[in-house]
Each structure stands twice: as C-alpha cells, then as structure tokens.
Design a protein around this ligand. Sequence first.
Ligand SMILES: Nc1ncnc2c1ncn2[C@@H]1O[C@H](COP(=O)(O)OP(=O)(O)OP(=O)(O)O)[C@@H](O)[C@H]1O
Ligand SMILES: [Mg+2]
Length: 328
Amino acid sequence: MTEPIISVKELFHQYGDFTAVDGISFEVSEGEIFSFLGPNGAGKSTAINVLITLLPLQQGSATVAGFDVVKDPEQVRESIGIVFQDVTLDRDMTCREILEFHGNLYKMPNAERKDRIEELLALVQLENKQDTRTKNLSGGMKRRLEIARGLMTRPKVLFLDEPTIGLDPQTRLRMWEYIKAVNREGTTIFLTTHYMDEADHLSDRISIIDKGQIIATGTPSELKNTLGEDLIYLETSDGDGTRKILSGMEMVKHITQKPTGIVAMLNGDGTKILPMIIEALSREGIRVSTVNLKKPSMDDVFVHYTGRELRDEGAEKPSMAVTRAGRR
Ligand SMILES: Nc1ncnc2c1ncn2[C@@H]1O[C@H](COP(=O)(O)OP(=O)(O)OP(=O)(O)O)[C@@H](O)[C@H]1O
Ligand SMILES: [Mg+2]
C-alpha cells in the first residue's frame, strides 16, 4: 500500500480549557476526495487549520504530503493549496491580478505563472471575468477564483473549508463539478462541509465529526449501508406468494402491505439483495411489474450516529474566531 498523503494520529486541540478537537485519527490516500461532515462547531476548521500549519499542533501528530506539520511546516505549506471558509480576496484586485500576485508570492517563474493562470481561468470558467475586480464578482465566481488561486502552485493537496457555504443550489452543483475536475487533474481534496448531500455526492470517503470526535468513517455507501435499512417496494403478479417468499428470506427484516404493493425493509445492501429477491420470485413464476429501491440518506446516517439532526443546534452560530485566524 502506498503511504497516505495525510496522516493524523490522536490530534487534540484546545482553546483555553475548551476542547475543540478531541483525539481524532484518520488517513487520506493520494487522489481521494475526503470530507469532514459535521455540524457548526464540530471542530472541522480547527482540525484543518492545524493541518495547514495555521494553528500550532498541541497534541498528537500529523503529516501532510509526507511532511510533519511540526518539523517541516514550510514543506507542508509548499505542498498544499487552501480555500478558507470566509472569502479572502482583495476587493480591488482583478481576477488575473489575484492569480499573478499569488504566483509571485510563491516565486513562480514568469512563463510558468502565465501558463498556469490561463489553465486555471479556463478550468473555473472565469476567462471572461479575468479583468473584473473581485468586488464585482458573484459569490460563486469568488469561490471559483479562490479555488483557482489555491491551485496556482499545483499543490498535492487542496484544502477546501466549506467550499459552497452560502451559495445557491445551482451554483453549488457547478462548484461540485469544478471540484471533481480539479480532483481529476490529480489533486487530493480535503473538504469540510455541513451539507450532507455535498459530502454524499463528492466524497470518496467521509468522516462524520461531532463535538471534536470522529464518530464514523467510510465511503458514502458504506456509511449508509451500515444502517441496513434499505427499503424496496414491489408490485407483482401474486401478492400472497410474494409475501410468503419474502417472509422466508433472512435478509428481509420486515414486510408492510400497501394498497398496491409490498414494502420490505432489508437487513443489508438493497442493490445486492434486490436481484436475489427478483430471482426467487421468478423461480416461483411470479412476475415483478414495479420495483423501487430507497437507500437511507446521509441525514439518516447522521441521526443514527449522533442521535440528532445535523441542524439541531447552533445552526446560525458563526465561528468567527477561527475564520478570522484563517485570514492572511
Ligand atoms: N479562537 C477560538 N477561541 C475559542 N474557541 C474557539 C476558537 N475557534 C473556534 N472555537 C470553538 O471551537 C469549536 C470548534 O470550532 P470550529 O470552527 O473548528 O468548528 P467548525 O466545525 O469549523 O464549525 P463551522 O461549521 O461553524 O465552521 C467551536 O465550539 C468554536 O466556538
Ligand atoms: Mg468551520
């Protein structure tokens, strides 16, 4: 197995005597899109800010791109790109100037800098806004420009702290496409979000984080499948026969009769069990006319692990302290 590109062991972080990150450990593989999914105040930005060397590491260990955040903070910074939770663009600079400035800051050679700017303006589709001052961009355009800036130096890992916060649904969908395009270029992506659909849609793997602790990690489907409560709805040529067959199957937990069909709650992954059910029915000469599979959502997963809805508490509480620390 190749070395993980991010490796975190027993990371703690306290503000005074308040524990914001409470002993988290996880690894991210090269090329992955990895997400921290958690509610406001879960400790997502704090953890990210330790990994990007903006906050000191208090306890535990962390390496990014093979470099230790304590021993080699310079090399860590050279290996990463960052998009902070809050907009951090100079309002009076144009898109192109922002990218030029960033390239100069990192001492990129002229020719390489110019080429990269063209590439990135195309990637985030801001070519025709390149001479617009950032104060005249829409929220989504600002976010895209920040991503482009984060990618100027061809980082191995791009950190995105709440990449689509405050964007409208359509713009969020477009952002997801940009993030995937960046990932296809070979960049490992570490993102935080409190949107379950975002984590679900984008991530190869997710860690659900709550009150400073990781409470579950897995692929979106692994996380949802652990609930084992996929539901199928069936309409068949023989209702009684169908019920009899289903009730004899181990992987069927519960059957409910509906006016037009039957709903079965399953013990496992419906995508695997459904074909078996259809085969068992067809062996008995029962034809299936309608079938519908409902998977548990990430919302169901969050409730399962935390006993709460994601939006239960502190939904509007801004975490200004960390985002302010995140400014440059
Ligand atoms: N500089 C600080 N001083 C004191 N407490 C802080 C500071 N920064 C963050 N906190 C607290 O630490 C906890 C974790 O905050 P953090 O910003 O890491 O959460 P988050 O998961 O990023 O939340 P959000 O989804 O709102 O961005 C919160 O309770 C927050 O109030
Ligand atoms: Mg945050």
